[in-house]
Design a protein around this ligand. Structure first.
Ligand code: NAD
Length: 260
């Protein structure tokens, strides 16, 4: 029987401060909501200040705790300043979810002049800046969880997406490297590797191409595409105290769909 995602009643993040980047987007907003539902004070980070404020407000209206933290992840100084501001305001950051990402499509000879560097600036460099900024506080706290949103395509590349695939492979390797180096300090670092997830953007693309969600569902062995809430549930598990021995994992969430 194909099941739909169900809401959680867990409260694993009470008293924790959790930063989520790309938190105005399809998957990021679901992660922000999930962590807030479980008791976290969520730092809603995104480039889009209005969308950041909207997501934070929605969480607060639903009875959760959230603050909008708009900044540009491609600006290394802004990344460091934002983390320092959050740590100063709240005494630390317990969880960082590096989720923001962009996808510049194309084979190498089809990419525009800045497609490679723009992709790596958001998908890889921003994650590095944020981790570098937050690690000292996590190490001195003797604990912390970092969850990076990679992609199934970081493990098994899809055709025609060279920059995106390579950037997500870098996310996986960075995650494993960081986990090895900082597990002794009590900091756990893991990655999620989603397959195709039914975000508002994907719904829009479908509508434009004349295909339906049922067309996509039919391609997945489990019988349907994944939902942002399901990625959020996995991120919450990896970031929680229920996963103390998970360090350096890159967990696929794909409904068993192989990369075509
Ligand atoms: P999305 O476009 O809905 O959200 C991405 C968010 O990142 C946006 O809100 C955007 O404003 C933000 N962002 C982009 N550049 C930024 C910058 N310079 N500074 C700050 N914020 C910035 O995308 P999504 O589908 O929710 O994807 C979220 C993550 O999941 C990405 O890392 C993506 O690569 C990954 N992913 C998505 C899918 C999928 O099917 N949707 C599959 C695998 C992996």
């Amino acid at each position: 029987m194909i099941k739909e995602p169900s809401p959680s009643t867990a409260r694993r993040f009470v008293g924790r401060v959790c930063l989520v980047t790309g938190a105005a987007g399809g998957i990021g907003s679901a992660i922000a909501r999930r962590l807030a539902d479980e008791g976290a004070l969520v730092q809603v980070a995104d480039l889009d200040a209005d969308a950041c404020a909207r997501v934070a407000e929605e969480i607060v209206l639903a009875g959760g705790r959230a603050e909008a933290r708009p900044f540009d992840l491609t600006d290394p100084d802004a990344c460091v300043a934002a983390v320092e501001e959050m740590i100063t305001a709240h005494g630390g950051l317990d969880v960082v979810v590096n989720n923001a990402g962009i996808n510049r499509r194309g084979a190498l000879l089809e990419l525009g002049p800045d497609d490679w560097s723009a992709t790596f600036a958001v998908n890889v460099d921003a994650m590095v800046h944020l981790c570098r900024a937050v690690l000292p506080a996590m190490i001195s706290a003797g604990q912390g969880a970092i969850v990076n949103t990679a992609s199934q395509w970081g493990l098994s590349p899809a055709p025609g997406h060279v920059a995106y695939n390579a950037s997500k492979a870098a996310v996986v390797s960075f995650t494993q490297s960081l986990a090895r180096d900082y597990a002794p300090a009590g900091v756990r670092v893991n990655a999620v590797c989603p397959g195709e997830i039914f975000t508002p953007m994907l719904a829009g693309n479908l509508a434009r191409s004349g295909r339906t969600k049922a067309d996509l569902d039919a391609l997945v062995p489990y019988g349907r595409v994944g939902y942002p809430e399901e990625v959020a549930a996995l991120v919450a598990f990896l970031a929680s105290d229920e996963a103390p021995y998970l360090c350096g994992a890159a967990v696929e969430i794909t409904g068993a769909q192989a990369v075509a």
